[in-house]
Write a protein of this length. Structure first.
Length: 277
């Protein structure tokens, strides 16, 4: 092919589609026009196209992983009120969302605290940030996931169901302590914990401390074994704060209050009273 030969653009587009280079297929005419105008060498033109394709693939991959993560909407680190939970270090959380050190080791995160204290928000926010950093995450209510695993066991497919969860670097189990103390439910939960131990990470939110987990598992031996596997490589946050939802509801009920100029007693009234005396 000579440099002066015309380019069959239709054939080129088909070839780029066959090679599964959709971003280059879309952008190459604009890049080619700019390259001709600015006199780019061939290597720079090729590098620009390649970088664009890589960036687009990364963007599409993150979009797919966000869709599959099933994270609750609007729960991000930007919207989380760290000042309302002073026992949680923002710097430590930001270090955790980099993810590489603890996720590669299959370490865990455990968030304790009363209902409404922001545990689920923080868990989802960490998951969202990790997906943006290239990790795969699945967010699930513990009871929902346990029920699915129970169905898999009944169909003799539990091993396969647990293996499918391995693709997620982090599995977020929300409301862990709400699982019923039932032999069938807690046995699949115990198998899930054991399967991921030191291989894949778990993030657990729970409103009950470890001392009350006897109400989750059917016997003390299973309770202690589950706790041992979870805390062996774990970072624990105790979020013992007033319910955020309750605090917001009370603030709404009270309203914004009167402005200073409409106060029942203001500075001018105090000064006038002093002059009268």
């Amino acid at each position: 092919m000579n440099a002066t030969d015309p380019i069959d653009t239709a054939r080129l587009s088909l070839a780029l589609g066959d090679l599964r280079l959709p971003a280059i297929k879309v952008i190459w005419p604009d890049f080619a026009e700019r390259a001709d105008k600015e006199g780019w060498p061939a290597a720079r033109f090729l590098a620009a196209l390649t970088e664009h394709e890589i960036a687009e693939r990364s963007r599409r991959r993150i979009e797919r992983h966000l869709d599959e993560a099933r994270l609750p909407p609007g729960k991000t680190l930007e919207s989380f009120e760290f000042e309302a939970v002073p026992m949680v270090s923002k710097a430590q959380v930001m270090a955790l969302v980099a993810g590489d050190s603890w996720l590669e080791k299959g370490a865990n995160l455990i968030l304790f605290g009363p209902a409404g204290g922001g545990k689920s928000h923080l868990a989802a926010a960490i998951g969202y940030a990790l997906v943006e950093n290239g990790w795969r995450v699945l967010f699930a209510r513990t009871t929902d996931l346990v029920q699915k695993l129970q169905v898999a066991r009944r169909d003799l497919a539990l091993e396969s169901a647990l293996a499918k969860l391995d693709k997620y670097h982090l599995l977020i189990l929300d409301d862990f302590a709400y699982v019923a103390k039932d032999q069938a439910e807690t046995s699949v939960l115990f198998e899930l914990i054991g399967t991921r131990y030191e291989r894949r990470s778990l993030l657990i939110t729970a409103n009950q401390p470890f001392g009350d987990w006897g109400g989750i598992f059917p016997n003390q031996a299973m309770t202690l074994a589950a706790i041992d596997r979870l805390v062996h490589h774990a970072t624990i946050f105790e979020m013992n704060v007033e319910s955020y939802r309750r605090r917001v509801a009370l603030e709404r009920k009270r309203g914004p209050g009167r402005p200073p100029s409409r106060a029942t007693i203001n500075a001018n009234m105090i000064d006038a009273a002093r002059q009268d005396t």
